[in-house]
Ligand binder design. Structure first.
Ligand code: 13P
Ligand code: SF4
Length: 299
């Protein structure tokens, strides 16, 4: 199957992008593997005619918005991030009424419709840098309360207001499970994604995006780590650090939507050019503004 995928990729001038949470087989065959910020930049810059995005829907949608002339295909169009929808109707509008100078900061894990109503997008790897540079102190951070809370702690002088969205996969990591893992591996450092709950972050040694976790583990002198994020990162952690040991708190966090990016589905979309991401012209135009602003401010 791999050789069929490679052949079709070449024939159709397609490129495969995969998030670190995609199945190992997708990461293996992909041309680019990374966190959501890196993949957004790759999608914007690619000269390929077709982008096969092995991620979840908001990632394919952002790729289409950033590079509208490309055909963006998802191996499974139902791969969705539940958190991307977690902002109540009317909430942004009522916050804007309350605070006329409000900046709406939108985690990239959000629908294009939410991006249309936002001032700037961020990812977990650039949120601190972008928020630091904003010219208003009244900020509404959507949709993730955990990444928002982590950011708010770093800027005590800013009024960062939180929404109540969360990632169900990261929220399932409990302090009880993490402490049990720490007890088993006393010398291990705890590296956590900021989508985890506060009780996890406060007992972590390092907090960062998937790419940041990888780079921290690779550079560290320590050789044992407890990883609080989706277990797909294990593939690249082991690639880069075959002699180090990585543990995940039980139950090993698994995003079932990301796992829909199978080799069968990748081959099928390359063959049929189906599962195309379609975004209306109007949404594309409006949602591009906060996405482009993110790319500019994160430079
Ligand atoms: P990053 O890729 O930015 O680390 O985000 C993790 C995530 O949950 C993507 O959905
Ligand atoms: Fe969404 Fe969580 Fe899956 Fe990331 S891990 S795609 S935030 S559900």
């Amino acid at each position: 199957m791999e050789s069929q995928i490679r052949k079709l990729k070449e024939e159709k001038n397609a490129v495969i992008l995969a998030h670190y949470y995609a199945p190992d087989e997708a990461q293996k065959i992909a041309d680019y593997v990374g966190d959501s910020f890196y993949l957004a930049k790759v999608a914007k810059q690619t000269t390929a005619d077709i982008i096969v995005f092995c991620g979840v829907y908001f990632m394919g949608e952002s790729a289409k918005i950033l590079n509208p002339d490309k055909k963006v295909l998802m191996p499974d169009l139902t791969a969705d991030c539940p958190m991307a929808h977690m902002v109540k109707d009317g909430k942004i509008e009522s916050m804007r009424e309350q605070y006329p100078d409000l900046k709406v900061v939108c985690y990239i894990n959000s629908t294009a419709e939410l991006k249309c109503k936002s001032d700037v997008c961020v990812t977990s790897s650039n949120a601190l840098k972008i928020i630091e540079g904003l010219d208003s102190d009244n900020i509404f951070f959507i949709p993730d309360k955990n990444l928002g809370g982590f950011v708010a702690e770093q800027f005590p002088d800013k009024n960062i207001m939180l929404n109540d969205g969360f990632c169900p996969i990261h929220a399932a990591v409990t302090a009880e499970h993490l402490k049990a893992e720490i007890a088993k591996h006393e010398n291990a450092l705890v590296l956590s994604h900021p989508e985890c709950e506060y009780e996890i972050l406060e007992i972590s040694d390092y907090i960062g995006s998937t790419a940041d976790i990888l780079s921290y583990a690779s550079k560290s002198d320590c050789d044992e780590f407890i990883i609080c994020t989706e277990k797909g990162v294990m593939f690249e952690l082991m690639n880069q650090n075959p002699d180090k040991k990585f543990y995940f708190p039980a139950p090993h966090p698994c995003c079932s939507d990301m796992k829909l990016n199978t080799l069968e589905n990748i081959l099928s979309v390359l063959q049929n050019e189906n599962n195309e991401v379609i975004v209306s012209e109007e949404v594309m135009k409006k949602a591009l503004v906060p996405l482009d602003k993110m790319l500019e401010l994160a430079k």
